[in-house]
Design a protein around this ligand. Structure first.
Ligand code: NDP
Ligand code: OXD
Length: 308
């Protein structure tokens, strides 16, 4: 049975999606921009303003990314519309790789060695073992739990934090507001892989930094709005935090005069930790659309009240 879906994105190119969806779902026609009021399904990632509102018959939006805060905040998204987020094992692996790289960079004191090289200084630093380095992961979902597992395989002393109680083999789990204090107190390196919700916005602030051990470091690959940027600068300049790796920032691209560009204890990447790849995402989207059309349960539905 043929199916039509709107493709709504200011950020993703249409052609690769047409090609990959044709490969995995030949019965689907993608309608660019979606200017057809009869459409019931949309694939969306940063849609044009007002694009969702122009689809009054919409029943399902499949996000072409993992974090759905922007879609949920779109005033054109009807309250009854189901939203599916992307959970792609290739994206999970890419994020796992990124977190391993950055935690190893911090663990092996790479920023200090780079600064020493710039100063022509040949000086070996005392190096703790991975087992002596405590890593905390905020968010134990698709991405956070894989990152935690990979870090524990590398030998780090890992613990994680989620909203509800979770159990994982290989690392300790904390949950809820009570669990946060315990996680922070034992995190020499803190990795944020939370979704952005009203509860998690600005969570990485001065109070949270003060609850980390002196000399701790931060890796933020959730969203820029998790972080109070001025609090980070203050914690780095005051010496309580030793370094930060930021894949996401509040305004992307980062404004040219932003202090993060030149801060000696900040490593920046341009929201590049784990991008959506249509080659691996298309079969996952196709499966969800087929299930939806067949009246079956669709996986990875967003709980709109919870915000993720
Ligand atoms: P999931 O929805 O699978 O997991 C979210 C996790 O966060 C869950 O463990 C959830 O707890 C926990 N959580 C949510 N709210 C709270 C809260 N208030 N307190 C404590 N824990 C909370 O998301 P993913 O792992 O797929 O993705 C996480 C985020 O990563 C995305 O939302 C996106 O912002 C970001 N991302 C960044 C990318 C990049 O390239 N930088 C790429 C892809 C995603 P519980 O288990 O109890 O539900
Ligand atoms: C996502 C992202 O949420 O790329 O998928 O940030």
């Amino acid at each position: 049975m043929s199916m039509r879906a709107a493709f709504l994105s200011t950020a993703l190119a249409l052609e690769p999606w047409v090609e990959e969806m044709r490969r995995h779902m030949p019965e689907l026609e993608l309608v660019a921009g979606g200017d057809d009021e009869s459409l019931e399904i949309a694939l969306a990632w940063q849609p044009h303003q007002g694009a969702l509102a122009r689809l009054p018959n919409l029943r399902l939006v499949h996000a072409l990314g993992a974090g759905v805060e922007e879609l949920l905040a779109d005033p054109g998204l009807g309250a009854h519309v189901k939203v599916v987020r992307l959970v792609d094992p290739a994206m999970t692996a890419a994020m796992g790789e990124y977190v391993q790289l950055q935690v190893l960079r911090l663990h092996r004191q790479d920023l200090t060695y780079r600064a020493q090289q710039a100063a022509h200084e040949w000086r070996e630093l005392p190096q703790p073992s991975a087992a002596e380095r405590r890593v905390g992961i905020l968010g134990l979902g698709a991405l956070g739990s894989e990152a935690a597992l990979r870090l524990s395989v590398l030998g780090f002393d890992v613990a994680g934090w989620s909203r509800s109680e979770r159990r994982h083999r290989g690392f300790a789990c904390h949950h809820g507001s009570d669990g946060l204090a315990a996680l922070l107190a034992r995190s020499d390196i803190l990795v944020c892989l939370l979704p952005l919700t009203p509860e998690t916005e600005n969570i990485l602030d001065a109070r949270l930094f003060a609850a980390l051990p002196a000399g701790a470091a931060l890796v933020n690959c959730g969203r820029g709005a998790h972080l109070v940027e001025s609090d980070l600068i203050a914690a780095l300049d005051g010496g309580h935090l030793s370094a930060a790796v930021l894949d996401v920032v509040r305004a992307e691209p980062l404004p040219p005069d932003h202090p993060f560009w030149t801060h000696p204890r900040i490593v920046l990447t341009p929201h590049a930790a784990a991008a959506t790849d249509p080659r691996t995402a298309a079969p996952i989207v196709a499966d969800a659309l087929r299930r939806f059309a067949g009246g079956e349960a669709v996986r990875n539905l967003v709980d709109r009240a919870r915000g993720y």
